[in-house]
Design a protein around this ligand. Structure first.
Ligand code: FAD
Length: 309
């Protein structure tokens, strides 16, 4: 069995693996796709000490760093069940989709999250070519340009306020008949001169030319009128979904499905820790996920030290 088994090989899982392996304990990483979300990222300019890199390069560097240590990397492996230990000090099991079962004294869950798509024509085609999901990551790329934000919940309204300080103009589109964000955010948004808000607006298509996004079409759901906005960027903000479907009923989750962790990354299940985008930790970023992975590994190590021999 492992002493630390990490499920998920994004920045959080990779950092956890390096920290665990450096303690000289038996460490394994099972990941559906090593590297995680960064594989789908173009430019990365906010990982401190790395002025600029791109996603695939960053993912390769994560893997190289983990491989420099004695870590079992099990890539292309999807976990589909977690079985807590039956008694204190017992082994935790992780069952894989391929039928295999991995056993470990501690487990770190770092299965990340995925952005919900609007699923309209043009979204996939112009992803990273004008269609973005992360204002903290890609906002500065649209400096002085026109953008739209799809989604009028807290994350959409926060994104619109954030972007309004960087870009020339922001249009916020909400499908429902009212914004669903906190009143203070909505008031702040309404006070900004370069923001326009449309409710009951159903996005129908993202258009482009020469491999670049150039506009958004939407229908006013009340009047049924079709509208078009010319722009350079669209931020889709209709939800970040944590990859925790397989943990429901086993590990305590928030109402958004995020794993609830304490300051050391400990979950509700003894010996099971979690790190990164999959948890309740606010602000989903690479540098935060990596720091979080290191923290969970140290939390797991501390837990191992206190386990009965
Ligand atoms: P993830 O990166 O999501 O990794 C999760 C890992 O778990 C993957 O290996 C996945 O395959 C695996 N996994 C999932 N389910 C299972 C399962 N059941 N069994 C086994 N393995 C599983 N952040 C920045 O800081 N700067 C940026 O510029 C930036 N740009 C971004 C651009 C895009 C398009 C996207 C989508 C995100 C961007 N982010 C950026 C956010 C950043 O990528 C994430 O915050 C970060 O990757 C989170 O790391 P993580 O390790 O928690 O999760």
């Amino acid at each position: 069995p492992y002493e630390v088994l990490i499920v998920g090989g994004g920045p959080a899982g990779a950092a956890a693996a390096v920290y665990a392996a450096r303690k000289g304990i038996r460490t394994g990483v099972a990941a559906e796709r090593f590297g995680g979300q960064v594989n789908d990222t173009l430019a990365i300019e906010n990982y401190i000490s790395v002025l600029e890199t791109d996603g695939p390069k960053f993912a390769a560097a994560l893997e190289a760093h983990v491989k420099a240590y004695d870590v079992d990397i099990m890539n292309l492996q999807r976990a589909d069940q977690l079985v807590p230990a039956t008694h204190e000090g017992g082994l935790i099991e992780v069952k894989l989709a391929n039928g295999g079962v991995l056993k470990s004294k501690t487990v770190i869950l770092s299965t990340g999250a995925r952005w919900r798509n609007v699923n309209v024509p043009g979204e996939q085609e112009y992803k990273n070519k004008g269609v973005a999901y992360c204002p903290h990551c890609d906002g500065p790329l649209f400096k002085g340009k026109r953008v739209a934000v799809i989604g009028g919940g807290n994350s959409g309204v926060e994104a619109a306020i954030d972007l309004a300080g960087i870009v020339a103009h922001v249009t916020l589109l909400e499908f429902g008949d009212a914004l669903r964000a906190d009143a203070v955010l909505v008031n702040k948004l309404r006070s900004l001169p370069n923001v326009e808000i449309h409710t009951s607006a159903q996005t129908t298509e993202l258009t482009g030319a020469d491999g670049k996004l150039n506009g958004l079409n939407y229908v006013d759901r009340v009047s049924n009128e079709a509208h078009r906005i010319e722009l350079e960027g669209v931020f889709v903000q209709i939800g970040l979904v944590p990859n925790t479907e397989w943990l429901k009923g086993v590990v305590e989750l928030s109402k958004h499905g995020e794993i609830i962790v304490d300051a050391r990354g400990q979950t509700s299940v003894p010996g099971v820790f979690a790190a990164g985008d999959v948890t309740t930790v606010p602000f989903k970023q690479i540098v935060i996920a990596a720091g979080d992975g290191a923290k969970a590994a140290l939390g797991a190590f501390d837990h191992l030290m206190r386990m009965p021999a």
